[in-house]
Design a protein around this ligand. Structure first.
Ligand SMILES: Cc1ncc(COP(=O)(O)O)c(C=O)c1O
Length: 443
């Protein structure tokens, strides 16, 4: 029986429900009265319908929406393959684990191998290196872009170096030309954490396509959301094969969820010490995880993806508006009280937040902590640049690592940088209020 009309009735009711009860969840924030968050999700009635549509299937695990999302998102990111996972952190874990796969033979990353990375960023860009027994080699970042300072790549290189793993922090692409040249020259893997940077481009190409494997996050703060979610992207069939196995319990079988016998030889193989004909579905060629998403998450992703280009455009427009206004504060103060972010020459950022570094030498004696406290008291959400200098965090002191120099810029960022929101629900009136309050601190 065609249940299409019943679904449609449910969707019509959802539309009414949304319009009556939810529609102004993010809209209509009044500056000074409502708290302006630094980040937030932008959901509409289509997102609500997508979630219920997937629920009505009662399929629950990865299914039609996951397939649709993986194929549409890989095209958007200019990659051949996309594997959905349950968070950006899981995506980083899976991307790194993929590069330890025995399928990669002598190129696989082994315990004790070194991976060049930075300390000014989000912990789960670095954690998979540690979790796999590899040694992170920390280099400093640039204050102008907040990205890896590529002049340290060569000095960081050793005979043990196997990879570079970096994030395009806050949506501002790192120097991908230098990074990919360096990695190619020394046969290193390049892992691009694009969790903050979906839609950012370098030399006109999507970030994530310069390295071997890339990751994204769909946590509500990010460019689009699934509630929780993430993706691993690659164009390399061998990496995709390893990633799929590692994501799905380590199995050798590559059937879709709920499908059997894709290999057409389910009971006809002799693998390792298993008896001939042992079910391929229960044959494990990796020490794997289960990092998959539900189809409800994927359905929300499908719906959000349609709006992603508009979200990115609005974020960038908000960034540019704020940039112009904050520049004016520096002009009026007659000094660079606020250090504003810059992009690489060939980069088109997809801004996630607006980073501001309070110049510690300003003669008004305004420091970052005073600024952040005042903004929060004024109902303006602020965030620090994630872990600041991760090496100052509890436990990171203890991990096996190599550090190139004293990381003075990472420390400077830890002490002086914060970021404010530019997510699509914010408009000029909100940003004007943010600017007004930032300037008040200097008066
Ligand atoms: C650069 C970066 N990598 C990874 C993550 C982790 O993503 P998730 O929160 O989905 O685990 C984040 C989170 O904000 C991030 O900013």
């Amino acid at each position: 029986m065609d249940k299409g009309w019943e679904r449609q009735r449910i969707f019509d009711l959802l539309t009414k429900y949304y319009q009556k009860n939810i529609s102004d969840v993010n809209g209509g924030l009044v500056p000074g009265k409502d708290y302006l968050p630094a980040a937030g999700k932008c959901l509409d009635q289509d997102d609500l319908i997508a979630l219920v549509d997937a629920s009505l299937d009662l399929w629950l695990t990865g299914g039609r929406f996951s397939r649709e999302f993986e194929s549409t998102f890989s095209a958007f990111m200019q990659q051949r393959y996309c594997l959905l996972v349950n968070s950006g952190s899981s995506a980083n874990l899976l991307a790194f684990a993929t590069l330890t796969s025995p399928l990669l033979k002598d190129r696989k990353i082994c315990p004790g191998d070194e991976v060049i990375t930075v300390a000014a960023g989000f912990p789960t860009t670095v954690n998979p290196i540690v979790q796999h027994g590899a040694i992170p080699v920390f280099v400093d970042v640039e204050l102008s872009t907040y990205q890896i300072d590529v002049s340290y790549l060569q000095p960081a290189l050793s005979s043990k170096t196997k990879a570079v793993m970096i994030a395009h922090t806050l949506g501002n692409p790192a120097n991908l030309q230098a990074l990919s040249d360096f990695c190619k020259q020394h046969h290193l893997w390049l892992i691009e954490d694009c969790c903050d940077a979906v839609g950012a481009k370098y030399n006109g190409k999507m970030v994530g396509t310069f390295g071997d494997i890339a990751t994204t996050s769909f946590y509500p703060a990010h460019h689009m959301t699934m509630g929780e979610g993430g993706a691993v992207l690659t164009s390399d069939p061998l990496l995709k094969k390893a990633a799929l196995s590692l994501r799905d319990w380590g199995r050798d079988c590559f059937c879709e969820t709920g499908v059997d016998g894709t290999c057409k030889n389910r009971f006809g193989q002799k693998i390792a010490d298993l008896p001939f004909g042992y079910d391929h579905k229960y044959t494990y060629s990796h020490i794997g995880y289960n990092l998959k998403v539900t189809d409800m998450q994927a359905a929300l992703g499908v719906s959000q993806l349609k709006k992603l280009p508009a979200f990115i455009e609005k974020r960038n427009a908000n960034f540019n508006y704020l940039y112009g206004k904050l520049q004016k504060i520096n002009e009026r103060q007659g000094a660079e009280c606020l250090h504003l972010p810059q992009a690489q020459a060939n980069a088109t950022p997809s801004w996630f937040g607006f980073p501001i570094t309070v110049n510690s030498g300003n003669d008004k004696k305004v420091d970052r902590n005073r600024m952040v406290q005042f903004l929060e008291e004024s109902k303006i959400g602020t965030r620090l640049l994630f872990g600041g200098n991760l090496l100052r965090q509890p436990l990171y002191k203890e991990i096996p690592k190599r550090v190139l120099g004293a990381l003075p810029v990472s420390d400077y960022i830890m002490n002086n940088t914060f970021w404010v929101g530019i997510f699509p629900a914010l408009d000029k009136q909100h940003l004007d209020y943010v600017v007004q309050k930032i300037e008040e601190v200097f008066l």
